[in-house]
Design a protein around this ligand. Structure first.
Ligand code: NIG
Ligand code: FE
Length: 415
């Protein structure tokens, strides 16, 4: 017998083999333990549904989507950069601020100085907001520590957050995010330090499952990134890359060569980069919050990504410098308005395609039998409304690993 059956819902399954939303009307979803055991049209079931599940829940016409997956965040950091936001409004550019020692490095200072508890508490607030906005799986990167000790502190905070909150966390090691000032003009030495001092500790203590880097003129060259990728692969970690955000450094091709899960940002990616992604079954992770906040005008090549059938994911990029947000629903709206992604593409971008970007698409990201029971009930009649509203729809009920973390829908035997 099933544990629970929700009925009377519109369900966007986002199933990998379905088209668009994979929409089911007058639908239901059943769970046992922490898994989905049935999803479909209610008429497919025997007339006496009471005998099927211990508990029946009337979804009262609400829409159910997979739990949202935020596949690119820098959520663990200290302080904020409201002052740089103001500087940019007075005419400075993101690159100029970074070159003057601000930007990522100012958050690095704040993060290095914060105690473990301060860092944990400030980050937990953002994680709670993400969860309240319907996210059940999140990727969190290091990269504001840079020294071995501070990178480890960041990833230990990630580990503790994962223990304390009802959310799946995929931890990523991003020490090659910015060059520490003490390594000025010695980027190769810093890369050696990352590979020889920091990474082995991360591996030994299982603090990350993936390695990321920032491949850009203001950060690291493809050759430096390659050194880190080779080390990561030696230890069996997955890789991914911040690529072609501000210019085309051909980082995407490098990421493809190392079988990366994803290339992220991609405003300046070339057709050759996209072809390399297609060949290597990569996901494109697009970050509309950073595009918007930096007032970028060079759009990611959506049409080319479609042409090459690249799965497109959308993420918050939650970070203090370029995307201070915890709303994936807002990101969906931005991706649609700014880049003309369809609402169906946007929802798949924060569910099944985002799960694929994390290598979790066998178990998460869509509502299919045998997948983990992670889903969200929204008080809307159709999934289009989730993308149409400018980030303002809040979940009515969130199910994580088969457990309700908040429920307003009535129990009922009135079907
Ligand atoms: O994804 N591009 C590099 N890293 C972040 C920005 C981090 C920051 O400015 O603090 C990003 O946009
Ligand atoms: Fe990022």
């Amino acid at each position: 017998m099933w544990d629970k059956l929700w009925y009377g819902a519109t369900i966007a399954t986002c199933a990998a083999n379905a088209k668009d939303y994979g929409l089911l009307k007058n639908a239901g979803i059943a769970i046992k333990d922490n898994k989905i055991v049935w999803v479909g049209n209610i008429n497919e079931l025997s007339s006496d549904i009471h005998s099927l599940a211990h508990e029946l829940i009337n979804a009262e016409g609400m829409t159910i989507t997979p739990g949202l997956v935020d596949c690119h965040t820098h959520l663990v950091y200290a302080g904020n950069r409201a002052n740089e936001f103001a500087m940019r409004l007075h005419g400075a550019t993101y690159q100029q601020i970074a070159e003057q020692g601000g930007g990522i490095l100012s958050t690095v200072n704040a993060t290095q100085q914060a105690s473990f508890d301060e860092l944990y508490n400030q980050s937990a607030v953002r994680l709670q907001q993400l969860i309240a906005n319907g996210v059940t799986t999140v990727e969190i990167k290091s990269g504001y520590g840079l020294t071995a000790a501070a990178e480890i502190k960041q990833l230990e905070v990630v580990k503790k957050l994962a223990q304390n909150y009802p959310i799946t966390i995929s931890p990523t090691f991003l020490a090659a995010h910015a060059l520490p000032p003490e390594y000025k003009n010695r980027a190769d030495d810093y890369i050696n330090y990352v590979c020889e001092e920091t990474l082995p500790h991360i591996i030994k203590n299982k603090l990350a499952d993936t390695v990321d880097a920032f491949c850009e003129k203001i950060a690291f060259t493809p050759t430096q990134v390659e050194r880190i990728f080779i080390e990561a692969k030696k230890y069996g970690l997955a890789v991914k890359l911040h690529a072609e955000q501000l210019s085309d450094s051909e980082g995407t091709q490098l990421a493809a060569k190392y079988g990366a899960l994803s290339a992220d940002h991609l405003e300046f990616v070339s057709e050759a980069g996209i072809a390399a992604m297609a060949k290597n079954n990569m996901t494109a992770v697009l970050l509309p919050g950073a595009f918007y906040f930096l007032r970028e005008t060079h759009q990611p090549p959506i049409e080319l990504l479609r042409k090459y059938h690249i799965p497109i994911a959308i993420a918050t990029d939650c970070n203090p410098g370029t995307s201070p947000t915890t709303s994936l629903t807002l990101m969906m709206n931005m991706a649609s308005v700014l880049w003309r992604m369809t609402p169906e593409e946007a929802l798949r971008g924060v569910t099944i395609n985002a799960a694929k970007a994390l290598g979790l698409n066998k178990t998460h990201g869509s509502l299919e039998v045998n997948k983990v029971a992670d889903f969200v009930l929204w008080k809307i009649n159709h999934p289009d409304e989730l993308i149409y509203n400018i980030g303002s729809v809040q979940p009515e009920c969130i199910i994580k690993n088969g457990k309700c973390s908040r429920i307003k829908a009535k129990k009922g035997n009135d079907i």
